[in-house]
Design a protein around this ligand. Sequence first.
Ligand SMILES: *[C@@H]1O[C@H](CO)[C@@H](O)[C@H](O)[C@H]1NC(C)=O
Ligand SMILES: *[C@@H]1O[C@H](CO)[C@@H](O)[C@H](O)[C@H]1NC(C)=O
Length: 347
Amino acid sequence: MIEKVLLKSKFYGSLIGVLIGDCCGAPFEGQLMDSGSKLVLKNYLNKLEGPFFKAPYKKFTDDTALTICVADALLDSKGFSQKQLAKNFVLEYYKDTRRGYGSAVVDVFAKLRATKMADPTGPAYAQFGGNGSYGNGAAMRVTPIALFCANSNKAHLMKLVQEASLVTHTNVLGINGAILQALAIRQCLQLDPNETLDRKKYLSELKEDIVILEKNNDADLDSNYNAYEKQLNAVQLLLEGDVEPSDENVLNMLGHSTEALYSVPTALFCFLRCTSGSLKDKDQRSFRDTLEYAISLGGDTDTIASMACALSGAYFGDAAVVENLLKHCERSEDIRKIADQLFSLLN
Ligand SMILES: *[C@@H]1O[C@H](CO)[C@@H](O)[C@H](O)[C@H]1NC(C)=O
Ligand SMILES: *[C@@H]1O[C@H](CO)[C@@H](O)[C@H](O)[C@H]1NC(C)=O
């Protein structure tokens, strides 16, 4: 059992990770990350980590906005419900529509609003000719659920993640991506960051759960029945290689798109790649490396960096984060308050 003080710092770390990955990754979304852009990225992060300057804060995007909505739904005095979550999403979206939302999810929000959330999963089920979305939107906002379930069993966590996903993402690949990210955060919460991370063990535990999950799903599915298992095998191959894999190799094997299948395993790889060895003195380096590496892969940079940093923060706790980096992000104070509130729900 992890002691309380450490667990609380992990609550801070994971939510701070969501925010920082999102805010710092957003300016690079969709950019070609050649060696010049990578240098720009490094200098940019160095500047944000350096002495505090009175810069305009970094605005967060949909990743953090919807993560806060999920946390609020879990903290709701009447208990979590899909209807309340749908309502939170709709209120948040119409409060500020310019946070990089995809057009598909905007369509869901519009239908939810028009029907006053009468059927909170109906609009999501109707999307893409009934296939539902397999984007990474459910995975990117899942951190509060992993925290909320820190002391409950995996089955409860997985069920709650599924319920929360269905409001916008009903395709099995979208849901399983969220479950994978939640299970990965759960494992990070349980580990002692002073001990060397056993990456092989960490991955094989995740894979065990995913294999069972995909077996239980296969009634709905065709060729995707072991999609995430294959991606986790690819993560393992990349980690075990003798040489540092090239970006091209990583992208060919894992991807960096807005699809959950081609971004959740990528974020996991970023975290594991930058978190090896005994890290007693290098905590802050490792979180920063995860952030920089995730963004350097390009593509859906804000979401991949956000998910990767949520893992790093859940593993190390908030001591791994340079305070000035956090101070440049919008609502950094509120993020700590939300972590406090979620922590106080644990018994
Ligand atoms: C729904 O999924 C099927 C099977 O994968 C695919 O053939 C079809 O094009 C999809 N429909 C839409 C509208 O995306
Ligand atoms: C980890 O190591 C640091 C420095 O040695 C120490 O201050 C801290 O209490 C340790 N944390 C845990 C969880 O053992």
